[in-house]
Design a protein around this ligand. Structure first.
Ligand code: ATP
Ligand code: MG
Length: 319
């Protein structure tokens, strides 16, 4: 059987379930009061009819941030790209957003034009409990409403330095606590591993968004990631939820892409965002420019896709 064949698409009318075996949340709860889908609605990239997601209303007050870990132990699937651009799109909608770089590669910081190699104070200092206050590490980006806690290679020492600490899994949560009142969303860009840094992110998050490259082998890693989420939920953070899966690097012209998408929707149901992020060279180009795509190429399909995802995230979280 070819790899594409192994991801056989569902067939027949009842093939796209409304709930997922990974979530006992009924679709109505996940989606709030979404208008009923008209019979002649256009099919979206997921193969489902596109739901109408309203433009987010302005917020009357800010704070009590929802903390979201952008997590997938597989490398190069679009975690950092999604963190930057979802964050920038949420900020465009008037939400106050903090991005946390939790990867020693510092790609999130670099992608926002921060010369992270030269930074003295980073997330590392916050984690290892040095006498640094969070305001000394916090950076404003060039985007209104979008702030950053940057990282660089110093963070690679943290896993070893934290090993003998009491409450080592809660180090990030302790550091972020004073900031929750200032933001609406805190997005944490995880590194491609399920080590102690990622566990720190999961231990202090309300939910997880999994960016998944639209490729057959990506499906395999999701089971392991789900096991980790279960363990963290049992042992460290009972409120942790899987908010959703965003399929990245999607190419609707390719049968393989459509088959993988159908399989993800079959397994995860409504947890899959209606928005899929298409594969385009404009994302790497925007990273080189050190800007989100929403400002670097504001009218591009990529910018519109992350705005559409932001509307789904706001609608689902009711913030
Ligand atoms: N939709 C897309 N289309 C084309 N290229 C993309 C897309 N999304 C991300 N990329 C590119 O793919 C590469 C990997 O993306 P990204 O760094 O966001 O992944 P990651 O999951 O954070 O990687 P890592 O696991 O190394 O942290 C980058 O060069 C990025 O510019
Ligand atoms: Mg990354």
């Amino acid at each position: 059987m070819t790899t594409a064949g192994a991801a056989e698409p569902p067939t027949g009318a009842g093939a796209q379930p409304q709930t997922s075996r990974y979530s006992d949340t009924p679709a109505e709860t996940l989606w709030g009061n979404v208008e009923p889908v008209p019979e002649d609605a256009t099919l979206g990239p997921t193969g489902r009819p596109l739901r109408l997601v309203p433009d987010p209303p302005p917020l009357q007050r800010h704070g009590d941030a929802l903390v979201i870990a952008m997590c997938n132990q597989k490398g190069g699937v679009g975690k950092t790209t999604s963190t930057i651009n979802l964050g920038a799109a949420l900020a465009e909608y008037g939400r106050r957003v903090l991005l946390v770089d939790l990867d020693p590669q510092g790609a999130l910081s670099a992608g926002l034009g921060v010369a992270h190699h030269d930074l003295e104070l980073t997330v590392h200092n916050l984690l290892i409990g040095s006498k640094v206050v969070v305001d000394d590490v916090l950076l404003q980006t060039r985007i209104e409403n979008l702030d950053l806690l940057p990282s660089n290679i110093d963070l690679s020492a943290a896993e070893i330095q934290l090993v003998n600490e009491v409450g080592r899994e809660q180090s990030l949560g302790r550091a972020l606590e004073p900031l929750r009142s200032q933001y609406d969303y805190i997005l944490i860009d995880c590194q491609p591993s399920l080590g102690l840094l990622t566990v720190n992110a999961l231990a202090c998050s309300d939910g997880v968004i999994i960016p998944m490259e639209c490729e057959y082998f990506s499906l395999r890693g999701l089971a392991l990631l789900n096991d980790t989420l279960d363990k963290v939920r049992d042992r460290l953070n009972p409120r942790l939820r899987l908010y959703g899966i965003v399929v990245t690097m999607f190419d609707a012209r390719l049968l393989h892409s459509r088959q993988v998408m159908a399989r993800v929707v079959e397994v995860f149901g409504d947890l899959v965002y209606d928005t899929a992020i298409a594969r385009t060279v404009r994302f790497p180009d925007a990273s080189v420019a050190g800007e989100p795509i929403t400002t670097w190429a504001p009218k591009s399909g990529g910018a519109e896709a992350y705005r559409s995802m932001a509307r789904e995230v706001i609608h689902r979280s009711n913030l």
